[in-house]
Ligand binder design. Sequence first.
Ligand code: NCD
Length: 329
Amino acid sequence: MNNPDPQFNQFNKLHHFLSIDGLDKATLTHILDTAEGFTSVNDKAIKNVPLLRGKTVANLFFENSTRTRTAFELAAKRLSADTLNIDLVSSSTKKGESLLDTLRVLEALQSDMFVVRHSDSGAANFIARHVSPSINIINGGDGQHAHPTQAMLDMFTIRRYKGSFENLIVVIIGDIRHSRVARSGIGALITLGVAQVRVVGPQTLMPADVESLGVVVYQDMDLALADADVVMGLRLQNERMTSATIPSTGEFYQTYGLTPARMKLAKPDAIVMHPGPTNRGVEIAASVADGKQSVILNQVTYGIAVRMAVMSIIMGHGEEVRIAEANQA
Ligand code: NCD
């Protein structure tokens, strides 16, 4: 039977990576295990493996990004793919070319995979529906909807430091409402079976449906941090706030800033995460961002191996051959 999830093809194989929703624990674990294998590649002097030799990966960034775009580019290069970086913020779409026309041109240039970042929620799904079925799409962050590779690199980081997910209390702080990182992260944490996901922040920065995500909602930072194993900060997404949803950044820091004093409430071996870019003195103290418990830069490094894993899995390295063999048998 065909899987109704648009991420899967008719062979029930993961073909696009658009969202954490619809993926089961085995799929997420397979991505983490595959990434584990690629970390050893990244530690070697020669960091390339030939898995995607001859393939072309086009980075379609309709929204500015340095860290995510660079990590995707490095991941593709380490898999020996050719890479195209198309600066769509300032190019043809500005000249009036429609998104679909731009996609047709990139198809004609014979790209095999598009990594898409866009400020509209649903953009990656839209593109996946409209491109030729041979092209794989990875969502590199769409509006407030999803950022699934960020979620997977966060899961990878947590597993690296904590070993497993079962007994963990994970706290996500701040602007949950505008955060695709939080949405995808919560989905992955719940699928992987953590003990509890807590979200804490002002009510104005909570999504309307927050409880339905399966989290416990706190308004009080000190209560939320008690006994936490993983503490995840988020950037205040000023560009996505349509009205004055918080009084001032100074006030936000007073009430929800991740300070050394507050970190003492979490478990002594708790790790501090943040997807970046960080606003020091707004959501996190510089001494916490740079402190002993911070794994923020490790997240960036692991992002390469995790993206290598996602790219090689959806490109079906070896998988097509096995399907063809199975069909012949
Ligand atoms: C995040 C994003 O763009 O969604 N950053 C990232 O991917 N490195 C988080 C953010 O912008 O705050």
